[in-house]
Design a protein around this ligand. Structure first.
Ligand code: HEC
Length: 286
């Protein structure tokens, strides 16, 4: 099945130039055109990532953990059990934990409070399966990604609405912005080196200009996305982490303050575009 989809992409990349004219594109043509062709090659009803929504729902409603509870009463910011539109407003500040949290961070909190898992148990059972280097990667995905996909999809059709009026969220945004521009590590790179300009490529791969709000919007609204190269679903955390690893930096834990800050920065960029959430997206490699 995978090879059929890959062939579809190859044909799409080889053909159609009708998609080239996008009046909303602010100039990052190569990446936008590439992504539009990939999108056109895999309409929603052909996207294998859609199965992750059902798988995630099943996991969400499955009793588990020391308290033998499901996650149905998890509060993502709009009240216990309210999923519709909740993801669109994440990351946000949560008074019960005193932290700004995004989707995965909040799932971790609910696993601990509702299901009774210890932080170590959550790490072992839900986070470690995602923590793989590119050499170890396989196509199996993880429960955490499926859960994230299910919850995110309940905001499909909504635009991101990040609460920068909350001082804590504002602070996370500023930290994320700092992370984006700060040069780190032995290679002295920042995210902006590769993602702060139009028309950059690495080994022929067009790089997304994440400072172009339309591009940032297309990216953030598509994650969690089905990644064709891997034949599985990947989250925005995973994509950021892939680049962090390429920059030879230490691992960013899922749901950690650094992960949340970077996500907040990218979501605010996306919010400026007004682009609507449409999960699962599809990515060639991402
Ligand atoms: C040395 C260049 C380089 C640096 C530095 C870099 N990236 Fe990337 N990034 C890439 C490449 C290459 C891809 C595309 C990978 C692919 O498609 O195979 C990518 C893809 C992405 C994407 C996904 C775009 C899409 O198609 O959906 C995001 C988001 C991203 N990077 C975020 C970041 C962040 C955040 C940082 C800083 C922590 C960063 N990157 C630093 C090279 C870089």
């Amino acid at each position: 099945m995978r090879s059929a989809y890959t062939l579809g992409i190859a044909l799409a990349l080889a053909g159609s130039s009708a998609l080239a004219a996008d009046p909303t594109n602010q100039g990052n043509d190569d990446w936008v055109i590439m992504q539009q062709r990939v999108n056109a090659s895999m309409p929603p009803d052909a996207n294998p990532g859609a199965f992750s929504i059902d798988d995630g729902k099943e996991l969400f409603l499955k009793k588990g953990g020391p308290k033998n509870q499901d996650l149905s009463q998890c509060d993502f910011g709009l009240g216990p059990g309210v999923l519709k539109g909740a993801y669109a407003q994440l990351p946000r500040y949560f008074a019960d934990t005193g932290k700004v949290q995004g989707l995965e961070g909040r799932l971790v909190t609910c696993m601990e409070t509702l299901q009774g898992y210890t932080p170590d148990q959550v790490r072992e059972k839900f986070l470690m399966p995602m923590y793989k280097t590119s050499g170890e990667e396989d196509g199996t995905g993880s429960d955490m990604v499926k859960l994230a996909t299910y919850v995110a999809a309940q905001s499909n059709g909504d635009a991101f609405k990040i609460h920068l009026d909350q001082p804590q969220t504002q602070k996370a945004y500023q930290l994320g912005q700092y992370m984006f521009y700060h040069r780190w590590g032995e290679m002295d790179l920042n995210c902006a080196t590769c993602h702060g300009f139009n028309g950059r490529t690495v080994r022929g791969v067009p790089l997304a200009n994440l400072l172009d709000t339309h591009t940032a919007g297309m990216i953030a609204t598509a994650f969690p996305a089905y990644v064709i190269k891997d034949g599985t679903m990947r989250t925005q955390w995973w994509r950021n982490e892939r680049c962090v690893m390429a920059m030879r930096l230490p691992w960013i834990e899922t749901g950690s303050p650094l992960d949340t800050a970077l996500t907040t920065f990218l979501r605010v960029q996306a919010m400026k575009s007004g682009e609507k959430i449409d999960v699962p997206g599809v990515k060639p490699r991402a």
